[in-house]
Design a protein around this ligand. Structure first.
Ligand code: ZN
Ligand code: ZN
Length: 170
């Protein structure tokens, strides 16, 4: 898969793909897709409980949106297009739950996501969505979109497009 490093290009591509609409899916794949989505709904609920335990110092934002706006879907598709690595099981198999870890730019299946990997240390100031550098305040997020969970750190403006900015809890 070619990764387009320039966010504007990826966003434009994502909007074109969405405008074209999904390719018709054979029935047996549609069933698998549904099953994968259901599995991800469950995993997302678990992730929601897990992230604060793993990183209690961070304020995790969660968003569960079955019918996201065009903007949100284009943004999410644009960030997924940045993933340069996809585990062999996702590549090989039909639809199954995918975990997209944006700092690593990887999409993994349930099994492979357990492998511990560290994001490049020199990218700790980089927004995982638009790629802007020098970000000081991140909004960590985990979004469910169909059979995928997409997790990463967004700058404030990306977070607001994704609808994951919340009022500071005073
Ligand atoms: Zn895998
Ligand atoms: Zn951003």
């Amino acid at each position: 898969m070619i990764a387009y490093r320039d966010f504007a290009t990826r966003l434009r591509l994502a909007r074109e793909l969405l405008a074209r609409g999904p390719a018709p899916m054979p029935v047996h794949l549609a069933d698998q897709f549904e099953a994968a989505s259901a599995e991800v709904r469950e995993a997302h609920a678990r992730l929601g409980a897990l992230l604060p335990l793993l990183h209690p110092e961070r304020t995790w934002r969660q968003r569960v949106e079955p019918c996201a706006s065009d903007d949100v879907r284009a943004y999410l598709l644009a960030v997924v297009l940045d993933c340069s690595a996809v585990c062999c099981h996702l590549k090989r198999g039909g639809p199954q739950p995918a975990f997209v870890c944006l700092p690593l730019r990887r999409a993994d299946c349930v099994r492979c996501v357990r492998t511990l990997r560290r994001p490049p240390p020199d990218e700790s100031d980089r927004c995982d969505v638009c790629g802007a550098r020098g970000v000081l305040m991140f909004v960590p997020f985990g979004v469910r979109q169909g059979p995928a969970i997409i997790a990463g750190d967004a700058c404030r403006s990306c977070a607001s497009v994704l609808g994951i900015v919340q009022e500071e809890s005073a």
